[in-house]
Every structure is written in structure tokens, then in C-alpha cells.
Design a protein around this ligand. Structure first.
Ligand code: FE2
Length: 596
């Protein structure tokens, strides 16, 4: 039985395919269209899912959509009527896409040749299902938090076997996710894209509640009750009726106007300055988010008395807080889906159809134990690509040569593009489409930031470590065989290792960890171990294989283009080694690439 899940039209459109309840393919549309956070109907992702199983839409048994568009539309209409005439401009600009696309999702699906039932489930139920139904837990408490779905912005409940029961919710316009996005916009970063940059900026600010002036100020914006429920003071916001998030009152409260948006000064090649005030505001926001989440989780533990917790929704991408959950609450084990935001909801709705709508008594649930669900390319396909483009390459003698040579190149401070097997699912590169570098090199962070990633100097790079080595280097929750971190937890790096791995040690001594087991990805695991033999620290810098503003690479052509447009020294693609110096005489014009 095949079930197709779809999420689209808000951000990170995606498709996922279940075969007899097991996820067999999943991908985000942006990887194919090369448009970051692409929202459009995921025709390319659907095509990939079908192709991966050699089936057509006619062979799909059920299709599910990750929210209820009419319910969402009803909320938007009510909201615009309530805020008329201030909302008129936003209403007029939003309507065409609702009329022509968002309310016609069933038609778009039927057009592909599918004749069966299309199920629509609530947005937060899809988040809850993506968090719980593919988790390793038979029973778990569930907390979902994002910007907004139809009406819900936060929900909590419990998952038991193959059933999910949502026990409560907080409704729009009160939203922890939208508070985070509002301050993201205020700090000059793009909403639904750069919230993680604000999280990365926070440790540069004052992380002490007693001394951070903006913590007290932001406490006026949100009222967090003892049971964790919260309300926002809406005079500080405009998102409920305008295409702008912070109000003048917020700007007054935070002692200055909204910082110019990133990219506004693109022509000058400079970002507008980030002052200490901006950093303190980012820190205050992180403190507030942690306070609200902890209050909710503590209350949820009281209600459920369950030892396991799963988190979902965009707020679950706050890896700094994720790393603190078990320390701040009584929960003992946590799992977070590798794609907890809207993109991951296509797996949520498909799993919900299989387990709950179709057959509540069905016993077996399949854990999502890795994130390698996207397209792969065979050795023959890759060789054909290289030959057709006249790209110079050499071939590794065997697997051992590939592992040893890659580890040696990284140890010699080369920046290595790593393209192997099936593309990852979710926002993080996890060892299939990664850029790997030496964390022991103190210059690696600056080098990667300036020459490859072209991103802000304050953003840290993430360490990848084999699960069996994690506790030696990190003060992390004990990795369990069935639970590894999909780079969604930040943990303190043990002090004695700060100087050994300076390029993955953030300003506050933390690292955003990927733990990897050999079972998940043996080749990647073996490279990390081989590097450890050379450096005495089996840890690699793992950053996504892309340049700033672009999605992670998907195809061999994307990878080669990215390599030649950046300072990546060599590309290890399947069994081939492509070295930059060999190909410079290809007359590659990186300037032309940058202008494309
Ligand atoms: Fe969401």
C-alpha cells in the first residue's frame, strides 16, 4: 500500500512516500527547483518519490495534505475583517494565491492522475504525527510549536502505540513561533529562514536574566503562566493584519528601529552593523523561549507522567533549547524528527493516514532511524556526467582508499565536498551532501565562512561525531542505540577539548552536534574514525553542501557547480575524486556563476 503525503504553499514544500507504513522516499521541493524554502506545489518531489519506487500516481492508494486549507482560509478572512481597513492591502495581495492555488489542492492532485481519496488533517496534528509516529517510542508526550497552522500555534498531547491524542492548544494570534519570527525580523533577518541565525547570535549577548535589560522588556510582550500557557500583548505586533511583524510599540520598547534587512545592502557587499544591543535582544529572546518551553514541558510531564518526549514544529529547530530539555524537565528520553518543521509534515500526514485513519489496530510502526530518503545517483550516472562535461577526475582504488584519502585531505586542511548516496531529508546535511573540514584547524571557521559559505562571521559550524565517542567530547545526553542527534541539539563541549577543536566550539563553548552510528551511514562513520586516528579527535566539521542563500545540492551537477563557485578544494563524489586545481583550466568563470 502506497500513501503519498504532501506539504506546500507556506514554506518548505515537500512530498513523502510510505510503502506499507514505512517511509521509502521523501524530499523537499527546493532541492529540485534550487529555490530555497520553495513553497510551490511539490511536483518535482512527488515525481522523485514515484520514480524511486517505479510507480505512477495511479498506483497510489491514498494522498494526504498537511493542513486544512479551508479552515486556514476562514481564519484569514476573520482576521482581515476584524482588522479592516488596516488589513486591506494584505488581503488584496493574498487573495489570488488562495483562489488559484491553496483552495484547489485537491484539483492539483487529481490532475496528476490520482483518483482516490485526499485526506486533509490539521496542521499541528501533522506535526504531532511526524514527531511521534516515526519516533522510537511506543508512548511519548508530544509538544508542537510553530508560527501558526489553521488556528493552533502550540499543541500538546500524548502518543500511545499508533494513536495521538492532543490535549490542549494555544491559538493564533498568540504564538511563540511568531514572537521568535517577529524579533528575527526586528533584528534584520528573514522570517521563516533565518531564525537559527538569531539563535546563533544569542550567546554573543548577555545570557543572564538579571542583567539583560531586554529580558525584562520582552517579558512585557509575553505573559507566561505557571502552567506554561502564554499570551502576547498584541500592541507589539502587526503580523495579524499587515505584511510587517514588529509594531512601532515594539521598536520603542527595544530602543530603536528595525535593523535593515539582510541583503538590503547587497550592492555594497556589507551587512548593516550588529550592535551589542542587537545581540542582547537575541539573548533575551532565547531566554524567553526557553522559559516558556520549559514551563509548558513541565506541565505536560505532570499531565502525562510519561518519560519520553517528542517535539515538533519550527520551534523544535531551536537546537540550543533542545539540548537543555532533559536537564530542565523530568523527561528522560527525547527524539526530534530530522525535519521537524513544515517540510517534515508530509511524513506526518502520510503516517497518520496509515496508522490512525486506516487501521487503528495495526501494530507495527516503523522508526525513522536515518534521514537518507532523497535521490541517489549510481556510479555509472556520475561517471557519465563527469565524462560528458569533460571534468578531470581520478578514481579511488577501493573503499579503504576512499576513506583513508578523504581523512588525510581533511587532516591536511583541505575543504572537502562530500557527495555520497541518498540525499538527506530536512534542513541539515548529515553526511550525504556535506562539506567536511578539519575542526582542529583554528582557521577553518574563518576560511569556510569567507571562501565557501559566504555567511556571517558569528555563525558557528557544527561538529559531527561517532555516537560511541560523543560522551568523551560533549556533555550530551547519553546517546542510545536507537536515538542519534540529527544536528538538532546543542551541547557543551567538554572544556578540555575546546582548544583541540576550536573551529566547532562556539563562543559559549557549545557545539551543535550530529551523532552518527555506523549502522546509519558506515562510509561517513569510517571517515570520521579514520580522521580521528590522524588528529586524535574523531570529529569533523560538517556543514551543508551549498553556498549562502541556496538549497543543499542534490545532483552531481549541483555539487560540481557549487565546488567551482566556492573555495572547496576537492570533491569526493561516489568513488571519484575531483580536485579543484585539475579543473581550474576548465576556464570556469566563478564570477559568471555568481551572477547567474
Ligand atoms: Fe508548522
Amino acid at each position: 500500500m502506497y500513501i503519498l503525503g504532501i506539504s506546500c504553499y507556506y514554506h518548505d514544500a515537500s512530498a513523502a512516500l510510505l510503502k506499507d507504513g514505512m517511509v521509502v522516499a521523501a524530499a523537499e521541493e527546493e532541492r529540485f527547483t534550487r529555490k530555497k524554502h520553495d513553497t510551490s506545489f511539490p511536483i518535482n518531489a512527488i515525481t522523485y518519490c514515484l520514480k524511486s519506487q517505479c510507480i505512477t500516481m495511479g498506483q497510489i492508494d491514498y494522498v494526504g495534505f498537511y493542513e486544512k486549507p479551508f479552515l486556514k482560509f476562514e481564519r484569514l478572512l476573520g482576521q482581515h475583517v476584524q482588522m479592516f481597513p488596516w488589513s486591506l492591502k494584505t488581503f488584496v495581495s493574498a487573495m489570488p494565491s488562495w483562489i488559484h492555488e491553496k483552495l484547489r489542492i485537491r484539483k492539483s492532485i487529481k490532475k496528476l492522475g490520482y483518483q482516490g481519496e485526499v485526506y486533509f488533517i490539521e496542521h499541528h496534528l501533522a506535526h504531532a504525527a511526524a514527531s511521534f509516529l516515526v519516533s522510537p517510542f511506543k508512548k511519548a508526550a508530544i509538544l508542537t510549536a510553530d508560527g501558526v497552522g489553521e488556528w493552533s500555534t502550540t499543541t500538546w498531547g500524548i502518543g500511545n502505540e499508533n494513536e495521538i491524542q492532543l490535549l490542549g492548544e494555544i491559538r493564533f494570534p498568540h504564538s511563540l513561533g511568531l514572537l521568535y519570527s517577529t524579533i528575527t525580523a526586528y533584528l534584520g533577518f528573514s522570517v521563516n529562514n533565518s531564525e537559527y541565525k538569531v539563535m546563533g547570535l544569542a550567546p554573543y549577548g548577555d545570557m543572564h536574566k538579571k542583567t539583560n535589560l531586554y529580558y525584562e522588556k520582552l517579558k512585557q510582550v509575553i505573559d507566561i503562566k505557571e502552567d506554561g500557557s502564554y499570551t502576547l500583548d498584541l500592541k507589539y505586533f502587526k503580523y495579524h493584519y499587515a505584511n510587517r511583524m514588529p509594531s512601532r510599540a515594539m521598536e520603542k520598547l527595544l530602543d530603536g528601529p528595525t535593523r535593515k534587512r539582510e541583503g538590503e545592502k547587497k550592492g555594497s557587499g556589507k551587512e548593516s552593523e550588529l550592535t551589542q544591543r542587537h545581540k542582547d535582544i537575541a539573548a533575551a529572546l532565547q531566554l524567553i523561549l526557553e522559559e516558556a518551553m520549559t514551563a509548558m514541558l513541565k506541565d505536560l510531564y505532570k499531565k502525562t507522567q510519561c518519560k519520553n518526549i517528542v517535539l515538533g514544529g519550527g520551534v523544535a529547530l531551536n537546537s540550543v533549547y533542545n539540548g537543555k530539555v532533559l536537564g530542565k524537565t523530568l523527561f528522560k528520553r527525547m527524539w526530534i524528527h530530522p525535519n521537524p518543521s513544515d517540510g517534515g509534515s508530509s511524513i506526518g500526514v502520510a503516517s497518520y493516514i496509515y496508522h490512525t485513519i486506516l487501521d487503528k489496530k495495526r501494530e507495527k510502526r516503523h522508526q525513522l532511524s536515518h534521514a537518507y530518503l532523497g535521490p541517489a545517483f549510481s556510479t555509472e550516472e556520475i561517471q557519465q556526467f563527469l565524462d560528458a562535461r569533460g571534468i578531470k577526475y581520478s578514481k579511488f582504488k577501493n573503499r579503504q582508499d576512499l576513506i583513508a584519502s578523504t581523512a588525510k585531505m581533511i587532516f591536511e586542511n583541505k575543504v572537502v565536498g562530500w557527495f555520497q548516496g541518498k540525499m538527506e531529508w530536512g534542513p541539515r546535511a548529515l553526511g550525504s551532501r556535506s562539506i567536511l573540514a578539519n575542526p582542529c584547524n583554528p582557521r577553518a571557521k574563518a576560511l569556510l565562512n569567507e571562501k565557501v559559505k559566504h555567511r556571517e562571521h558569528f555563525r558557528p559550524f557544527a561538529p559531527a561525531v561517532c555516537a560511541d565517542d560523543a560522551l568523551k567530547y560533549f556533555d550530551c545526553d547519553k546517546p542510545l542505540p536507537e536515538i542519534t542527534d540529527f544536528m538538532l541539539m546543542v551541547y557543551p563541549i567538554k572544556k578540555e577539548w575546546h582548544k583541540t577543536i576550536p573551529s566547532v566550539t562556539h563562543v559559549d563553548g557549545s557545539g551543535r552536534l550530529q551523532t552518527i552510528s555506523r549502522k546509519q551511514n558506515p562510509l561517513y562513520y569510517d571517515v570520521i574514525k579514520a580522521f580521528g586516528k590522524l588528529s586524535k579527535a574523531p570529529i569533523l566539521i560538517n556543514t551543508s553542501f551549498n553556498i549562502r542563500g541556496e538549497p543543499i545540492v542534490c545532483t552531481p551537477a549541483d555539487a560540481y557547480t557549487c565546488m567551482m563557485g566556492t573555495g572547496i578544494d576537492c570533491l569526493v563524489m561516489d568513488t571519484f575524486l575531483i580536485q579543484r586545481s585539475d579543473n581550474e583550466q576548465d576556464q570556469w568563470n566563478s564570477e559568471q556563476y555568481a551572477n547567474d
